[in-house]
Ligand binder design. Structure first.
Ligand code: BGC
Length: 720
């Protein structure tokens, strides 16, 4: 593990380096390039996915990743090789040896509610990044999954800012402890893909501070992350990459962020305005470049001060020094052999048991003579999400022809991990059959004659586009209905980016949400189906019954396009304010299909003896948790708080949780300190957090709606 340097040493070293840099060198490190792989002789390796202007193509040394910044040898500053890493190490521009482990999607990781697993992911990711010659991870998407139709929700960490921020921070720490600079993105309000380059997310200050920005605040201030990526969109009219309130006042001043802010790829819209507002580094895509020579001119003309340029460089260098990247001793190649095991461990803990009527699950391998597995390419693979986080999976894609397109971005990537094989291994005495599901009649027939039918239903989502509604695509609803009509002992396993609608939910006795489970996905699903692993995950998002129950039943898109078909700027107004996700359902009294925090187990947990008290800086919450069922299991006990009335707050907010493994019959006393900051509101007039006066209620339960214990506490806000 890396020993982080003491802050004063880091700053002193960074300042010395900046002092020695020429103007051209300073411009060079703040002006990124596309990381096209270039051999030692300066020739581009392989083909290019899209044409790039020559000035954006790197010189020798780029290993082939999303971004590249040439190093400065005479000062010992290494080249930056930035690589997409939301779900594993990506290979968008195809570098030799670019195949990598696919981990469960961040939404699935968040369903574990286990920061230690996020840390393990971040660290394993970093080891693969280093093994592939890269040194900056473009991961850590902390945007709230506020728009369930967004094509990127699978990359996000749920709808609650405390949960999302905590999980992201753990991942970022894991990455940086392995000597790789981590990035948190997309700062901020990248809630939907439709029109993301032109839309303005319209939201009020308090809702932003208590919602989206709180996830980033926790993610950034509790991790020491080295870089922040600005989002593509505008916020209240101004592009995030030139938003001085966001980048300078909030991020760098309020939160004391000392690292650097990079643009998203092609997300810079100005030179001096962006630099002065707080953007420290540009990554162009394939068109205009705003830093590079233009920034040099702006500095020479005095539009951007030398002090500001020095600060941009200082920030980059201090993050490199902090993780040990400016270090003369060469690092030994990291051991990445445990990656797939870690991916499998996270997958086990990420699968949510949504429904289990009549205790159909766990399956008993000893009594099953036949199992019909249907759909979702479950004979060979599990699904993964698309866009810049798509991975070239180790072992190859067994479904989509790898030659179908050069780019991974728009390709449906399937990960070689067979649920069918794992089910057959788990139930060696049973005959296991597979039907693709393309022929509904044949699938129903296979189900009719089997002891149990397991349908794998998939929904591919991707960066760059949103889903129209939340329905499962390709007539899978019809398939599921036909199968459950043929065999009432039907289990549906979902591989989806986020929430979907389940019109058949009342008919199907057992439903598992496996998200995009990655390389360990097939065995993890089988372990949960057969009770080798007890399901312990809980939903990090709400599943609505209908899109009509969402704040906006329809996604807001552009209403006009220019001659080239590019959308004209438009606003998306987040008028639900503080009521994001479950807070919306609670405020409106709407019953979701499955609520935030929901997830069943094969055992039972009882809660008792809640004690709530106030000390100087925290509300102390303690209670007893008992496993009263017959199996070992793990529970995620959740603590929610309601604020005094009259503040315009949603009824409940998550403030803490505890995850415990308990043997049957065992009891544990759990004590959690809820910092008063978690009880506070953003006071717009005073521009600070404020703990209100009055009576707070504390709820402890198994989900946001399965309340087991409740108590109140009076707080005198003037004391804090
Ligand atoms: C995405 C970023 C990503 C970048 C580089 C962009 O399309 O929005 O999340 O890191 O590409 O791959």
């Amino acid at each position: 593990m890396t020993t982080h340097n003491a802050p004063s040493t880091i700053d002193a070293r960074a300042a010395r380096l900046v002092q020695q840099m020429t103007l051209d060198e300073k411009i060079q490190i703040v002006s990124g390039l596309v990381g096209i792989p270039v051999g030692d002789d300066g020739t581009v390796q392989g083909e290019l996915p899209i044409p790039f202007p020559p000035e954006l193509v790197p010189g020798p040394g780029a290993v082939g990743s999303d971004g590249y910044v040439p190093g400065i040898d005479r000062l010992g500053i290494p080249a930056l090789q930035l690589v997409g890493a939301g779900v594993g190490v990506t290979d968008q521009v195809r570098r030799p040896g670019g195949a990598a482990t696919v981990f469960p999607s961040p939404m699935g990781q968040t369903a574990t509610w286990d920061p230690e697993l996020s840390y393990a992911f971040g660290a394993a990711l970093a080891r693969e990044i280093r093994a592939q010659g890269c040194n900056v991870a473009l991961a850590g998407a902390a945007n709230l999954a506020l728009e369930p139709r967004s094509g990127r929700v699978f990359e996000y960490h749920g709808e609650d800012p405390v949960l999302a921020g905590t999980m992201v921070a753990a991942e970022l720490r894991g990455t940086q402890d392995e000597g790789v600079v981590a990035t948190i993105k997309h700062f901020a309000a990248n809630f939907q893909e439709t029109g993301r380059h032109v839309l303005s997310a319209q939201a009020d200050e308090r809702s932003l501070r208590q919602g989206e920005l709180l996830a980033f605040e926790i993610g950034i201030t509790t991790s020491g992350v080295g870089a922040v990526m600005a989002s593509y969109n505008r916020i209240n009219g101004t592009y995030a990459s030139e938003h001085s309130t966001l980048l300078t006042e909030i991020l760098k001043q309020d939160w004391d962020f000392e690292g650097w802010v990079m643009s998203d790829w092609g997300g810079t819209h100005s030179t001096a305005a962006a630099a002065v507002a707080g953007l420290d580094q540009e990554f162009p895509l394939n068109k205009e470049r705003h830093f590079g020579p233009r920034l040099k001119r702006a500095v020479e003309d005095g539009e951007v001060s030398v002090e500001r340029l020095d600060d941009m460089c200082h920030r980059i260098l201090r993050s490199l020094i902090d993780v040990g990247l400016i270090d003369s001793s060469p690092k030994s190649p990291p051991d990445t052999t445990d990656s797939i095991e870690i991916a499998g461990r996270i997958a086990d803990a990420s699968i949510v048991l949504l429904r289990n009527e009549g205790a159909l699950l766990p399956l008993d391998a000893d009594v099953l003579a036949s199992i019909a597995v249907i759909g979702g390419h479950a004979d060979v693979a599990v699904l993964s999400g698309g866009g810049s986080s798509a991975i070239n999976p180790i072992g190859g894609d067994p479904v989509t022809d790898p030659n179908a397109s050069f780019e991974l971005f728009g390709r449906q990537v399937w990960v070689p991990s067979s649920p069918l094989d794992a089910i057959a291994v788990a139930a060696p005495g049973a005959t296991t059959t597979f039907s693709t599901g393309d022929d509904v009649v044949a699938a129903a027939e296979a189900a009719r004659t089997a002891d149990v039918a397991i349908v794998f239903a998939t929904q591919w989502t991707s960066e760059g586009s949103d889903v129209e509604d939340l329905a499962l695509p390709h007539e899978q609803n019809e398939l599921i209905t036909a199968v459950v009509e043929a065999n009432p002992r039907t289990i549906v396993v979902l591989e989806t980016g986020g929430a979907i609608l389940m019109p058949w939910a009342d008919q199907v006795p057992a439903v598992l949400e496996a998200w995009y489970p990655g390389h360990g996905g097939g065995p993890a699903v089988a372990r949960v189906l057969f009770g080798v692993a007890s399901p312990s995950a809980k939903l990090p998002i709400s599943f609505p019954r209908s899109v009509d129950d969402l704040p906006h039943p329809q996604l807001t898109g552009p209403s006009a396009f220019d001659d080239e078909g590019t959308p004209m700027p438009f606003d998306v107004t987040y008028d639900a304010g503080l009521a994001i996700g479950y807070k919306w359902f609670d405020t409106r009294g709407i019953e979701p299909a499955f609520c935030f925090g929901h997830g069943l187990s094969y055992t039972n947990f009882e809660y008792s003896d809640l004690v709530v008290s106030l000390d100087n800086s925290a509300v102390a919450v303690s209670f007893t948790l008992a496993n009263t069922g017959g199996r070992v299991g793990s529970e995620i006990a959740q603590v929610y708080v309601s604020l005094p009335v009259g503040l315009g707050e949603p009824p409940w907010r998550l403030v803490a949780w505890a995850k415990r493994d308990l043997q049957p019959g065992r009891t544990e006393r759990i004590a959690l300190d809820v910092p008063l900051r978690r009880l506070s509101i953003w006071d717009v007039d005073a521009s600070r957090w404020r703990v209100p006066d009055g009576e707070f209620f504390v709820r402890v339960g198994a989900s946001s709606r399965d309340v087991r214990l409740q108590d109140g506490v009076i707080v005198d806000g003037s004391r804090w």
